[in-house]
Design a binder for this molecule. Structure first.
Ligand code: SAM
Length: 285
């Protein structure tokens, strides 16, 4: 397969739901390589059975990846071609393989990408949010305080933000999104390429209300795509209006803490930042 006497590592993308999405090139290579390194060999055995293939497999996951490097390098040196696959989509994209690819590339081995499905690209391609620039943030932290802090740190970014989310946390993440980023357009791509593929489009609060009405909307796998921060002039205008609201509340005798809480509820964003703003207005007299 490869020109040199050494074998090559093929990094092969596999379907994220619909098995017909496996490319003919990927199917051919999976049938030809001497060994398939798979995130979960039992899971990938189903794909191989579907393709009518039987190939030797070796597990490669986050707990044994570093230890597998030498073993796989030996196979390449012996002239064997190896394929790397994950449970779904493109290896290394929130999946194992980074250490292996980094080390094999550093050692001068040939690494060949075999492109195909990837949930974030599939989601972006159909969401209708700007894709000229975007930031992929992988999975957000599991704990709410850390998740909010991460989202707040991204609040000023004007490009589309993309993350992966599981059904266990999708509601909590939408709540944190609303609190940290305020009113933004969010597109949720659920169960891409599968029977119940759905796109939901609206503010985080609207999407939460939709899930309240129909709990099935919170099931399955998600790509969460968030519109970037509005242009600066719009932000300035919004801040002027926010200041007017805070000043009116303070003038009515409402305390700083309560005024911040009302502003966060009405305008979104973190209570902490509204508190600082209300305090500054009060101090300014
Ligand atoms: N390597 C994969 C890729 O190329 O997209 C991603 C693997 S990551 C461990 C799994 C996450 O990807 C899921 O929790 C979900 O957020 C997203 N995902 C995978 N398949 C999906 C699908 N069919 N629809 C929506 N999101 C999906």
């Amino acid at each position: 397969m490869s020109d040199s006497a050494y074998g090559a590592l093929y990094v092969v993308a596999t379907p994220i739901g619909n098995l017909d999405d496996l490319s003919p090139r990927a199917a051919r290579l999976l049938g030809e390589v001497a060994l398939i390194a798979a995130e979960d060999t039992r899971h990938s055995a189903r794909l191989l059975r579907h393709l009518g293939l039987e190939r030797p497999m070796l597990s490669l996951h986050e707990h044994n990846e570093a230890a597998r490097v030498a073993q796989l390098a030996e196979r390449l040196v012996a002239g064997d071609d190896v394929a790397l696959i994950s449970d779904a989509g493109t290896p290394l994209i929130c999946d194992p393989g980074f250490v292996l690819v980094r080390e094999l590339r550093a050692a001068g081995h040939r690494i060949v990408p075999v492109p195909g499905p990837c949930a974030l690209v599939a989601g972006l391609s159909a969401a209708g949010l700007p894709t000229d620039r975007f930031t992929f943030i992988g999975f957000l932290p599991a704990k709410s305080a850390a998740r909010r802090a991460r989202l707040e740190s991204l609040a000023g970014r004007d490009e589309t933000l993309v993350c992966y989310e599981s059904p266990h946390r999708i509601r909590a993440t939408l709540e944190d999104l609303a609190a940290a980023l305020g009113e933004r357009r969010v597109v949720l791509a659920r169960e891409l390429t599968k029977t119940f593929e759905t796109f939901l489009d609206g503010s985080a609060e609207m999407l939460l209300a939709r899930m309240q009405e129909d709990p099935d909307q919170a099931r399955g796998e998600f790509v969460v795509m968030i519109g970037g921060a509005p242009p600066r002039e719009e932000t300035d205008q919004a801040l002027l209006e926010a200041d007017r609201l805070l000043a009116a509340l303070l003038a009515e005798g409402v305390g700083v803490k309560q005024a911040a809480s009302v502003a966060a509820r009405v305008l979104g964003g973190a209570k902490k930042s509204w508190y600082a703003r209300a305090q500054a207005l009060k101090d300014a007299g």
